[in-house]
Design a protein around this ligand. Structure first.
Ligand SMILES: C[S@@+](CC[C@H](N)C(=O)[O-])C[C@H]1O[C@@H](n2cnc3c(N)ncnc32)[C@H](O)[C@@H]1O
Length: 481
C-alpha cells in the first residue's frame, strides 16, 4: 500500500471533516509535491503544477465555484467537499449576519469565501472550527490550527485511516491512565504552549469519559494573548458540552516558558514560575504536556506549505533564534526548557510532541542525559495501533505505527501510573546516530542542546525535596494579565 505521510504542518485544508471520526481522501496523484512534505520527505520547492484544462472544464460543468477551489484543493473530490462545507457554513451564518444588519446575500457571501479559500486561506480559519479527537475546536487567525496527519491513500482505501497525531497521543496517554492505581484524587495537568487549548480540553474530555474517581485540575499556558483568548472561548464552549458537569477546573494563563525566571525581566510576559505564583496556581503538577514550536528555520521553508507560512503565526512554529545556535538547535530550543520545567514542577509524566524521529531521538537522549526520569519512550502517530510491536532505536523504545510524533517520559509515581518498569532508561545508551548529540562531554558541550543550569536555579536542580515556592518579583505585584 502506498502510504505517504503528510507532515502535520504540511497538511492542506482539504483535511476538513464533517464528523468527529472524519474521512479524508487525498489522492497521491492530485497532491502537489510542494504541498506534501514531511521532515522525512523534504520535497524540493517545486512550483505547483498547472491544473489541467480538462479538469477545470469538468469542475465548471459541475459547479461554477469549483474551478477556483481546485487551486488549493488540487483534486475534484476535495474541492467538492470543501464547496459543500462552505455552502453549509454560509447557510448557517446567513441568518446571524442578517440579524446584525449585514445584508450580503448568500451567493455573494459564498463567492467571497470561495475567493478567500482560493487565495490560500486555511479552510479552518474560514469555517472557524477544526476537529481535535472527538472535540470541535474553534480556530481563529493568529492562533495555530490543531494539526492532522493524513496518510495519502489509494482511492479505494477509506480515509478512516487518517489520524490526528497530537490528539491520538493525548487519547492514548489518557487510556494508559485508565486503570492506573495510585493517581491523586486531584490530578494536575500542565499544558505548556497551549494554543487553542485543544490539549487540556481533549485530556479532560477523555479522562472524564473513562474515570469518575478523579478530578482534573488543568492549566494551559501560552505567551500569545490571541491564543489565550481563543483557548478560554473554547473552554466556555466545552462547558456547554457533555463533560460540562465535571467537577474539575481548567484555567489558561499567560507566561513565557523560555524566560529564565531569575533573569532581570522588566517588560513582557512573566516567566512561568512567577506567573504560577502570581495567578495563585499550584507550583507542582503531575503531568506536563507540550506541543511547542519545533520547526527549525530551514525546515520552515522546506516543510511547510505556503498557506501555513502565509496565514499561521510563525511564533507557534519556529522557536526564536539565540546566540551561538545552529539550525537544529534552534528547532529543539524549547525541549531543554520544558524538561527543566518538568523537573521543577515535579511532573511524574511528561509528553512532548516532536516533528520526527530524529528530533524524538535527540529529545529522548536529552531526557536520558538529564538523569531524573525513570523511563523514556518514543510514540509514533498511532501509539496504540493494534498489533504494532515496539522497536529499539539507539537504546530507546519506539512504540506504535507511523512517524515518530511524541516523547513520553516518566518517573516516581508516574512509573506506576503508566504500568512501566523502572529500568526503561538504559544506563549504557549507545550514542550511535551522528545527527543526534550524545551525552555532554567536553567535545560536544557547546553544540548539543544544553540545559541552562541557571534556568531554575542550581539549588533546585538536584534537590529531592519539593522546591520552595519562588516569590514573584515585587515589580509584578500589580500586574494584570
Ligand atoms: C505548535 S503551537 C501548539 C498549539 C496547541 N498546543 C496545539 O497542539 O495545537 C505552539 C504554541 O506555543 C506558543 N508559544 C510560542 N512561544 C512561547 C513561549 N515562549 N512561551 C509560551 N508559549 C509559547 C504559541 O503561541 C503557540 O500557541
Amino acid at each position: 500500500m502506498t502510504l505517504m505521510y503528510l507532515h502535520a504542518l504540511a497538511y492542506t485544508p482539504e483535511m476538513r471533516f464533517d464528523n468527529p471520526q472524519p474521512v479524508v481522501r487525498v489522492s497521491n496523484d492530485a497532491m502537489d509535491a510542494s504541498d506534501v512534505r514531511s521532515p522525512q520527505h523534504h520535497a524540493s520547492t517545486t512550483k505547483m503544477p498547472r491544473i489541467p484544462n480538462a479538469l477545470l472544464r469538468q469542475a465548471r460543468a459541475i459547479d461554477a465555484f469549483l474551478p477556483a477551489l481546485l487551486a488549493p484543493c488540487r483534486d475534484l473530490h476535495t474541492a467538492q467537499n470543501e464547496l459543500r462545507w462552505l455552502r453549509e457554513h454560509v447557510n448557517k451564518v446567513a441568518k446571524a449576519r442578517r440579524a446584525r444588519g449585514d445584508l450580503l446575500a448568500k451567493g455573494a457571501l459564498l463567492h467571497h469565501l470561495v475567493q478567500e479559500r482560493a487565495s490560500g486561506k486555511p479552510l479552518q480559519y474560514i469555517l472557524g472550527t477544526e476537529h481535535f479527537g472527538d472535540l470541535e475546536i474553534q480556530c481563529r487567525p493568529g492562533v495555530l490550527i490543531p494539526r492532522w496527519v493524513v496518510h495519502t491513500l489509494p482511492r479505494n482505501i477509506t480515509n478512516e485511516e487518517a489520524r490526528q497525531d497530537t490528539a491520538a497521543s493525548i487519547t492514548h496517554l489518557v487510556q494508559s491512565l485508565q486503570k492506573a492505581h495510585g493517581l491523586p484524587p486531584e490530578l494536575r495537568l500542565l499544558d505548556l504552549c497551549t494554543g487553542t487549548g485543544c490539549i487540556p480540553l481533549l485530556f479532560q474530555h477523555e479522562l472524564y469519559s473513562l474515570r469518575d474517581d478523579i478530578t482534573l485540575r488543568a492549566l494551559g499556558v501560552d505567551v500569545s494573548s490571541k491564543a489565550l483568548k481563543l483557548a478560554r472561548h473554547n473552554n466556555k464552549r466545552a462547558q456547554r458540552g457533555p463533560t460540562s458537569a465535571n467537577p474539575g477546573k481548567l484555567d489558561f494563563m499567560k507566561a513565557d516558558v523560555l524566560i529564565n525566571p531569575f533573569a532581570d525581566q522588566v517588560a513582557g510576559p512573566l516567566p512561568l514560575k512567577a506567573a504560577l505564583n502570581y495567578h495563585d496556581q499550584p507550583s507542582f503538577w503531575d503531568i506536563l504536556i507540550s506541543n511547542p514550536p519545533y520547526i527549525s528555520p530551514s525546515n520552515y521553508w522546506k516543510t511547510t506549505i505556503r498557506s501555513v507560512r502565509g496565514y499561521e503565526p510563525k511564533l507557534a512554529l519556529v522557536p526564536p533564534a539565540e546566540a551561538r545556535q545552529d539550525d537544529t538547535e534552534q528547532g529543539d530550543l524549547f525541549y531543554p526548557r520544558l524538561l527543566r520545567i518538568a523537573q521543577d514542577v515535579e511532573a511524574k509524566v511528561v509528553l512532548l510532541e516532536v516533528a520526527d524521529l530524529a528530533q524524538a531521538l535527540r529529545i529522548a537522549r536529552l531526557v536520558q542525559a538529564l538523569d531524573i526520569f525513570d523511563g523514556v519512550e518514543i510514540w509514533r502517530e498511532e501509539p496504540g495501533a493494534i498489533g504494532s510491536t515496539s522497536q529499539l532505536q539507539g537504546g530507546v523504545s519506539v512504540i506504535g505505527e507511523g512517524n515518530a510524533r511524541s516523547v513520553l517520559c516518566w518517573r516516581g509515581a508516574g512509573t506506576l501510573w503508566l504500568g512501566k518498569s523502572i529500568t526503561s532508561v538504559s544506563p549504557d545508551v549507545k550514542w550511535s546516530t551522528p545527527a543526534v548529540p550524545g551525552p555532554p562531554t567536553e567535545s560536544n558541550v557547546s553544540t548539543a542542546p544544553q540545559f541552562d543550569p541557571t534556568f531554575f536555579g542550581d539549588s533546585q536542580l538536584n534537590s529531592p525535596a519539593r522546591p520552595m515556592r519562588v516569590a514573584f518579583p515585587s515589580r509584578h505585584v500589580n500586574r494584570k494579565d
